[in-house]
Design a protein around this ligand. Structure first.
Ligand SMILES: Cc1cc2nc3c(=O)[nH]c(=O)nc-3n(C[C@H](O)[C@H](O)[C@H](O)COP(=O)(O)OP(=O)(O)OC[C@H]3O[C@@H](n4cnc5c(N)ncnc54)[C@H](O)[C@@H]3O)c2cc1C
Length: 445
């Protein structure tokens, strides 16, 4: 059987990861990037796999979800992790790199690889289901207008978004549930929401802190960007007037305390993030507030005084597709199975997560071509968690970093606190991944 060709559009973190994995497995790869002739608003280096902002890949600890993702990627022979480990600089428990050396390391690997042809070109269209060829689309969150226009035609008008709006996620064991109650508005459906009620005095104090809190500095290309009325930052809603929040994310109507029958001045609703209900997101709390300010202000909400943030809220200029509608778990399109969409544009968030999605797509192509039926990563792994996240239907799909809410809860109660519990989840994942790799020697490149 002839080895299929793979074309990859975008030589960022996801594209480079996929290109090197596939080429190392013997697949002929053509990688397109518009650099060095053309740049997005944030890319400045000539080399590929550019880190556009921070030079940190965040925590390297197994008590952290992205630490687990790193460990899994290292086991899978990730080129991005290899480059990061070679160009690492001291940064405590974080994995930070020399950004120029990191990017050069991967660029040299790409340009020097006998099975990779690099073409410098802006791609604005392609054949989505050309026979004998796989396409991996990895143009990043600032993909060019020419390409996004084409993607919009391919996926449908409503499937492409240009701003993300991420609400914070809090671990349930840090919520004081004596101060909250479970209910749905007007008792519709089950008692699915965890509600944090506020009296007028608490509401006023919260409102004042929220409008005075410090926000992050926006990048030049994000300033003046039009925000959708339906997903304004929570602090922006508050600035519109004293009661604006009470008609928005703190709307109290239809929410009575199930035991006392009390009604409230404002109610913050939290919705479960995972099947087991270990993590909850603050509904409608997308925000530009700095992380320290989020801790300070959101801990004023009754029941959240000791809240532990699994993920902070944020808002970015970010092009991404409605993946749960469009993609399979291996990041291939439901409509065009030989077309994969990876990286930040697929709805994962972060350098490592972007690279991981490229790896997942590359692994799927290798396994498909080797005729392996059971291609899914073990469900306890973070790689599987990311796959599930982008392919499971959600009411309002928003990009996400790797978080422990993406993997199944422990089968039994783990004592010893949050760190011990997380390390248990990591060790469980790594054991399962080692077995998966042993069973699939084609993946060792
Ligand atoms: C301003 C900003 C700051 C960020 N900061 C961080 C951070 O600090 N930490 C973090 O973890 N994540 C950060 N992210 C999020 C995300 O992790 C990065 O954007 C990450 O680089 C995404 O990887 P990617 O491979 O999807 O895309 P990219 O790394 O952006 O790569 C995409 C590549 O595609 C090329 N390209 C685009 N359009 C075309 C086209 N039509 N034809 C050919 N080539 C094309 C580009 O030149 C680029 O090289 C940030 C994002 C932005 C926008």
């Amino acid at each position: 059987m002839a080895v299929k060709q793979v074309q990859i559009i975008g030589g960022g973190l996801a594209g480079c990861e996929a290109a090197l994995f596939l080429a190392n497995c013997g697949f002929p790869v053509t990688l397109y990037d518009m650099k060095p002739d053309q740049y997005t608003d944030v890319h400045t280096q000539e080399s590929l796999a550019e880190l556009v902002c921070s030079n940190s890949f965040r925590s390297d600890s197994l008590a952290n979800a992205v630490g687990l993702l790193k460990a899994e990627m290292r086991l899978m022979g990730s080129a991005v992790m290899d480059a990061a480990d070679w160009t690492r600089i001291p940064a405590g428990s974080a994995l930070a790199v020399d950004r120029v050396k990191f990017s050069q390391f991967l660029t040299e690997r790409i340009l020097g690889h006998p099975d990779i042809q690099f073409i410098s070109k802006e791609v604005t269209e392609f054949e989505p289901d050309e026979s004998g060829i796989y396409t991996i689309l990895a143009p990043g969150p600032l993909a060019t207008i020419g390409l996004t226009t084409f993607l919009r035609k391919l996926t449908g008008e409503s499937y492409l978004k240009f701003y993300d709006a991420i609400a914070p996620i809090i671990s349930r064991d840090s919520i004081d549930e004596k101060k909250t109650f479970m209910a749905s508005r007007y008792d519709k459906g089950g008692a699915d929401y965890l509600n944090c009620p506020m009296d007028q005095e608490t509401y006023m104090a919260f409102y004042r802190q929220l409008i005075d809190a410090e926000t992050v500095i926006l990048h030049g290309f994000e300033k003046g960007g039009k925000l959708f009325e339906g997903c304004l930052p929570v602090e922006e809603i508050a600035r519109r007037g004293l009661d604006a929040l009470r008609f928005g994310p703190l709307k109290p109507v239809g929410l009575r305390h199930p035991e006392t029958g009390d009604v409230f001045h404002g109610v913050v609703q939290l919705r479960a993030e995972d099947r087991e209900g270990q993590y909850f997101n603050l509904v409608g709390f997308q925000t530009h507030l700095k992380q320290g300010e989020q801790r300070k202000v959101f801990r004023m909400i009754p029941g959240l005084e000791n809240a532990k943030f699994e993920r902070y809220g944020s808002m970015h200029r970010n092009t991404f597709i409605n993946s749960p509608e469009l993609l399979n778990a291996d990041f291939s399109m439901k409509k065009f199975p030989s077309l994969f969409v990876v990286g930040q544009i697929s709805g994962v968030e972060g350098y490592l997560e972007s690279a991981a999605s490229g790896l997942i797509a590359a692994v799927s192509i290798v396994m498909r071509e080797k005729g392996i039926e059971n291609r899914a990563f073990p469900e306890t792994t973070m790689l599987s968690g990311l796959s599930r996240y982008i392919s499971t239907p959600k009411a309002n799909f928003q990009p996400s970093n790797a978080i422990f809410a993406m993997v199944p809860a422990p089968e039994t109660r783990i004592r010893g606190g949050r760190r011990v519990r997380r390390e248990f989840l990591s060790n469980r994942a790594l054991t399962a991944l080692k077995i998966f790799i042993d069973k699939n020697p084609v993946l060792v490149n």
